[in-house]
Each structure stands twice: as structure tokens, then as C-alpha cells.
Write a protein that binds this ligand. Structure first.
Ligand code: FES
Length: 317
């Protein structure tokens, strides 16, 4: 579990990429070098109400600037409205990162399924896979052609890319694409929640491993613990023990007792509050960690995850 620093970034370029999508190019405000990153990484951007939003880095990791693309949400809680209306070239933003919970794993070939603004991390992954000379395919859907960021650039990559506007073709042909993917293909998917749930189900039905997903919202069953129970946490460094009531989160209790926790989404999707577990068995409710992480049982997202009633978790804090 690594600490990630925040710093001031300056907007160096703003571009309209599609209907309701603009991209921002960011450089360090102090002129220094940006931290390195790998395809699939995201950053947090602080917005004026004090909260944070997560955006995938969608440019080239070798560039000396970062690029993010922002969809203006219809029901914006303020983040996308701010980044669309108030941010201009020269604006300074507080950013933190990068983190990567959606890394590009080794595989024989790749199937990328992107929905809407979910194309952002896939764009960089495709560049990397092309650089490695591996077979790949992209199916890119959105409600219409005009809503598709980076459409022309991706379309120009040839027959490996299928552009699938919903108003022309209907829903993405997920089942067919999964069936056509080779047995050693890694499947990466980023987009709206119904698409991600459909991908998970379709992979299960096809007897394939889970796809690699990046979520913008908690998975539908991630908070399904209908009857949370009280448990305890012990902090390894101070030896203090705190009860976690049925309606508390570990994060709330830590913060209330003077232990600030790095956080961003507070709903189990960004990975910022990852905390090492030294003993005890977490019940995970996040949408970030993989089954392999769960099987190891050595870390958890303290904004949402819990432990069995009456048990104790020893946290590395
Ligand atoms: S703060 Fe985002 S996962 Fe906990």
C-alpha cells in the first residue's frame, strides 16, 4: 500500500473531443517532471467543494504532460460541471496520483470493450499493445457517433476497431465478441455499469475468466451486505482498539479518532484508502481489488469494507 502525493498541476491545453467531452492536458505547476504512470492508471482531481474525482490518464505515458478526458454528466455533482465550465488554459488544479488498479496484464491477445467515456484508459492500453506487436481488437460503443471521444483516431487504426453507435446498431454485441476472442485473450472493459455487469455475466456464461473492469460507480452487489454487524479494529502501530458499529465505516472511525485516511471516492471504486491488513479476515465491498487480492486477504478499502461480526482486524496503521 503506497502513499501517493498530491501537487498543483496547470492546465496547458483544453480540447473538445466529442459532444459533452473535453480533454485537459496537465503539466506540473512548478515546472517539474510528472510522476511516471502505466496504462490503466488514474488520477484524483480536487474540485472546489473539497471532494475529489477520478479520471483515467488517456495520453501517452512517455509524454511530459498528462491528459484526461471529462464527460459532462447530466446530473453532475459539481465535478464535471467545474471541469467543463470553470477550467481554462492556465487554471491550476490540485491533483493526486497516479494509481493503477486496472493494469495491463500479459496475454496472448486482447479484446477491449469501451462504452462512452470508458474509452479513456483503453486508448492508452491499445497504444501499448500495438507497441508490443500483440493481436488486439476494440469494440467501441456510445449512444451516437458524435458522443465518441477519439473516434476518428481509433477508427483510423483499421479493421481491429469496430465503432458501434447505439443509435445506429443497438446494444454492443458482447456475447459474439467474447465468443470470437481467442482462449488466451485478456478482456478489458470500461464503461457504464449495465455494460460492465453484462460483460461479467457473458464471460461467466462463456466459461471464461472474469474480465478486467474499471468501474465509475460501485458494482450493483458490492454493498449488498444487508445486515452489517459490529466488529473491532486494532491499529498495529499504536495498539489502540476501536469498535466499528453496525452503521460505522472503518474510515469514519479512524478519522473521528484522529487518524486521517487518504480518500477520494469513499464508495469503494478508486483504491485511494487501501489499507494493509496484518491479521483478521475482511469482508470486501469494494469494486477495485481482484479475487487474487481477496484470496491473499492482506489489504482492504476501509471506506466500505468490513469484517465478520465480533471479529477483529489488525490494520497496518
Ligand atoms: S476512498 Fe475510494 S476506495 Fe475508499
Amino acid at each position: 500500500v503506497t502513499e501517493v502525493a498530491s501537487f498543483a498541476a496547470r492546465v496547458a491545453e483544453v480540447r473538445a473531443e466529442a459532444d459533452q467531452v473535453r480533454s485537459l492536458r496537465l503539466v506540473r505547476a512548478d515546472g517539474g517532471d510528472l510522476p511516471p504512470w502505466t496504462p490503466g492508471a488514474h488520477i484524483d482531481v480536487a474540485i472546489p467543494d473539497g471532494s475529489q474525482r477520478q479520471y483515467s490518464l488517456c495520453g501517452d505515458p512517455d509524454d511530459d504532460s498528462w491528459q484526461i478526458a471529462v464527460l459532462r454528466e447530466q446530473n453532475s455533482r459539481g465535478g464535471s460541471r467545474f471541469l467543463h465550465e470553470d477550467v481554462v488554459v492556465g487554471t491550476e488544479l490540485t491533483v493526486r496520483g497516479p494509481r493503477n488498479h486496472f493494469p495491463l496484464e500479459s496475454a496472448d491477445s486482447y479484446l477491449f470493450i469501451g462504452g462512452g467515456i470508458g474509452i479513456t484508459p483503453l486508448r492508452t492500453m491499445i497504444s501499448e499493445v500495438r507497441r508490443r506487436g500483440l493481436p488486439w481488437r476494440l469494440v467501441y460503443g456510445a449512444r451516437s457517433r458524435s458522443a465518441m471521444a477519439f473516434r476518428d483516431e481509433l477508427d483510423a487504426l483499421g479493421s481491429a476497431v469496430t465503432i458501434w453507435p447505439q443509435d445506429e446498431h443497438g446494444l454492443l454485441p458482447i456475447v459474439e465478441e467474447i465468443a470470437a476472442a481467442g482462449p488466451g485473450a485478456a478482456i478489458y472493459c470500461c464503461g457504464p455499469e449495465p455494460m460492465l455487469s453484462a460483460m461479467e455475466q457473458a464471460c461467466r456464461d462463456a466459461g471464461r475468466p472474469d474480465p478486467f473492469l474499471e468501474r465509475f460507480a460501485p458494482a450493483p452487489d458490492s454493498l449488498a451486505d444487508a445486515d452489517p454487524e459490529a466488529f473491532e479494529i486494532e491499529l498495529a502501530r499504536s495498539g489502540e482498539v476501536f469498535p466499528i458499529g453496525e452503521h460505522d465505516t472503518i474510515m469514519d472511525v479512524l478519522e473521528a479518532n484522529g487518524y486521517p485516511v487518504d480518500s477520494s471516492c469513499r464508495e469503494g471504486i478508486c483504491g485511494t484508502c487501501e489499507t494493509a491488513v496484518l491479521a483478521g479476515t475482511p469482508i470486501h465491498h469494494d469494486s477495485v481489488l481482484t479475487q487474487a487480492d481477496y484470496d491473499r486477504g492482506d489489504c482492504m478499502m476501509v471506506c466500505v469494507s468490513r469484517a465478520p461480526g465480533g471479529s477483529r482486524l489488525l490494520l497496518d496503521r
